[in-house]
Write a protein that binds this ligand. Structure first.
Ligand code: PDD
Length: 267
């Protein structure tokens, strides 16, 4: 297996990070994560744009252009013979003189096995555990997931697949995915305090008239259907939030339609 590190494609076992990298000592870095399908990166342009935007917003220097990143990725896919998998691009804060200020980041690109939720979860839907929380600088894909990693032990104890963030009565997203609701045929999704997901963007294209607006926690509980979207979950139906069933507690017809439409899109 090969990866990109130290400004070149090298055997993955030879990649390393400096212990004083501010990605490690200050939790300062950004990343992005996409899939390949049949040896081709899916929706790559969108992921690269977001990665470049995250670097700019965090004042980290990314010494590669969009086109250069694309070439590295295509070469890695070929060298690793990667048919269907995940690829992570990571720009760590780098080694900074004062161990604090952002600097030229250290870029890593490596592939990972993909672990989709089991089939039963797509058939029965999942439970989300609500928690009052809001991600700060939510539209930047920072590597800081300390809160959900710490909190995940609690969701598991509660039989939930993931968490649902809400604040001041309004919902935003799940720990690693965006959320949509459907009520009387209207599909809606929040826009504030979220990472603008690439899967979310695909759903907006597929469903066309999605209302992008604030959604209260109460409205979610009264919805007919709900689902979350992400690169690693695709479209995953939500049938329970806390102890409350969503709709009749089963995967609804509109969600099913979108799941099939998305499956065609990613071929
Ligand atoms: N998570 N919101 C957050 C906070 C995320 O971390 C992600 C992605 C999304 C969905 O974005 P997309 O559709 O582009 O994957 C929303 C990735 C998959 C992860 O951390 O594993």
């Amino acid at each position: 297996q090969f990866c990109f590190a130290k400004d070149q494609i090298i055997p993955a076992a030879e990649a390393s990070i400096h212990p004083m990298d501010i990605g490690l000592i200050r939790g300062y870095g950004i990343f992005d994560f996409f899939r390949t399908s049949n040896y081709a990166p899916l929706f790559l342009s969108d992921y690269l744009d977001r990665f470049i935007r995250s670097a700019e917003k965090t004042h980290l220097t990314l010494n590669y252009s969009k086109e250069e990143l694309k070439q590295i990725i295509l070469e890695l896919i070929e060298k690793n013979n990667l048919s269907d998998g995940g690829i992570r691009m990571l720009l760590s804060g780098g080694v900074s003189e004062n161990h604090f200020s952002p600097t030229d980041g250290s870029l890593f690109i490596f592939n990972e096995d993909l672990d989709f939720p089991p089939k039963e979860k797509y058939e029965a839907g999942i439970k989300l555990l609500p928690i009052e929380h809001v991600r700060y600088i939510a539209d930047i894909k920072t590597t800081n997931y300390a809160f959900p990693v710490w909190h995940s032990k609690i969701w598991k104890q509660e039989g939930a697949e993931d968490v649902l963030y809400h604040m001041n009565g309004y919902i935003s997203e799940s720990s690693r995915s965006n959320i949509f609701i459907i009520k009387n045929g209207e599909i809606a999704t929040p826009d504030k305090h979220i990472l603008h997901g690439i899967t979310r963007k695909r759903v907006l294209e597929l469903a066309k008239n999605v209302a992008i607006r604030p959604i209260s926690y109460e409205e979610l509980l009264q919805a007919d259907e709900a689902f979350i979207t992400s690169t690693t979950k695709k479209i995953l139906p939500v049938t329970k939030v806390g102890e409350k069933a969503i709709g009749i507690g089963k995967v609804g017809p509109e969600t099913q339609k979108l799941m099939s439409a998305f499956a065609k899109m990613e071929q």
